[in-house]
Design a protein around this ligand. Structure first.
Ligand SMILES: C[S@@+](CC[C@H](N)C(=O)[O-])C[C@H]1O[C@@H](n2cnc3c(N)ncnc32)[C@H](O)[C@@H]1O
Length: 286
């Protein structure tokens, strides 16, 4: 355990106090503890209890050595706490007068059920504070050298979940409209139904050779990136034995990894292509 991190002076000279009976609903970022916000660190310093999810790194929990740890992880297909039970546990802890930190992977309001938990807390009269975090679909792609927007590729980005509450591909999604309208698609929880997703996108007319990246365990020491295409991604993922958590990115911004794979460059690799979009000019010229 380490307690060596100290917070700089806070806004207006001090950081907010996590008062007894409050719940702070906080994003822990995609994995790398360094991607935590200062508000999150401030919360870790004060919490009596940290209720945390499966994708929260131990190092982050170690920054709250005084706090009781309550695991509330949910991983697809494995036995796990029910959402309602988690929310009510938070209510109980707050009513006991604890300073409660609810720590969720990425951003609590991005495919994280943070809205449901906050709603239940407020319905029970528990005061809450929301602390955003870096979502895997943005920060995870950045660690893979893929800019989620790039001026030469996209002026919009579409975030999609690969399965709904029932664990199936979301039926409420209009995959045809998404395929036709999304310039770049960032798909969370897409591994289980990757074949169905690929088929839906191809059937709706997305090009078979459209670049796809699969970024697993993004921002952690176990990060792995698979570059493939829409037509090949199902077979390539199966052959790779890659496992969730993973973000799928569909679109030409994936090509930028050929020049922006900064982790590969730091490890001594050369850029594969300095102009992967074939713009024929230095990218920064306005
Ligand atoms: C329940 S969602 C939570 C998303 C989270 N709230 C966020 O903003 O990143 C879990 C999914 O997020 C994605 N994810 C979270 N952390 C990840 C990571 N380190 N690497 C790749 N994907 C990740 C995966 O698609 C995973 O199945």
């Amino acid at each position: 355990m380490t307690d060596s991190l100290s917070l700089p002076a806070g806004p207006m000279g001090q950081w907010p106090q996590l008062e007894p009976g409050w719940v702070w609903l906080c994003g822990a970022g995609p994995g790398d503890p360094g991607l935590l916000t200062l508000h999150a660190l401030n919360a870790l310093r004060q919490a009596d209890v940290v209720v945390y999810d499966a994708l929260v790194e131990d190092t982050i929990l170690d920054w709250a050595p005084q706090a009781e740890r309550v695991y509330a992880g949910k991983r697809g297909g494995k036995p796990s706490a029910k959402q309602r039970d988690i929310s009510l546990r938070l209510v109980d802890l707050a009513k006991e007068g604890k300073r409660v930190l609810r720590l969720k992977g990425g951003d609590p309001f991005v495919f994280g059920r943070g809205g449901e938990e906050a709603q239940t807390l407020i319905q029970h009269g528990v005061p809450v504070r929301i602390i955003p975090g870096i979502s895997a679909g943005i920060g995870g792609l950045a660690y893979a050298g893929i800019p989620v927007t790039h001026r030469d590729v996209n002026q919009s980005v579409t975030f999609v979940t690969g399965h709904d509450q029932s664990g199936e591909t979301p039926t409420s999604l209009n995959w045809k409209a998404i395929a036709e309208g999304a310039q770049v698609l960032v798909i969370y929880m897409g591994m289980k139904h990757v074949e169905r997703i690929a088929t839906a996108l191809l059937d709706a007319g997305r090009p078979a050779d459209e670049p796809v990246a699969v970024v697993c365990n993004a921002t952690t020491p176990d990060q792995q990136v698979l570059e493939t295409t829409l037509a090949r991604m199902t077979a390539d993922i199966a052959a790779s034995a890659l496992e969730p958590p993973a973000i799928l990115c569909v679109g030409r911004s994936v090509l930028m990894r050929q020049v922006l794979d900064w982790q590969g460059l730091a490890a001594g690799q050369q850029p594969r292509n300095l102009d992967p979009l074939n713009r024929g000019r230095p990218a920064e010229v306005s």
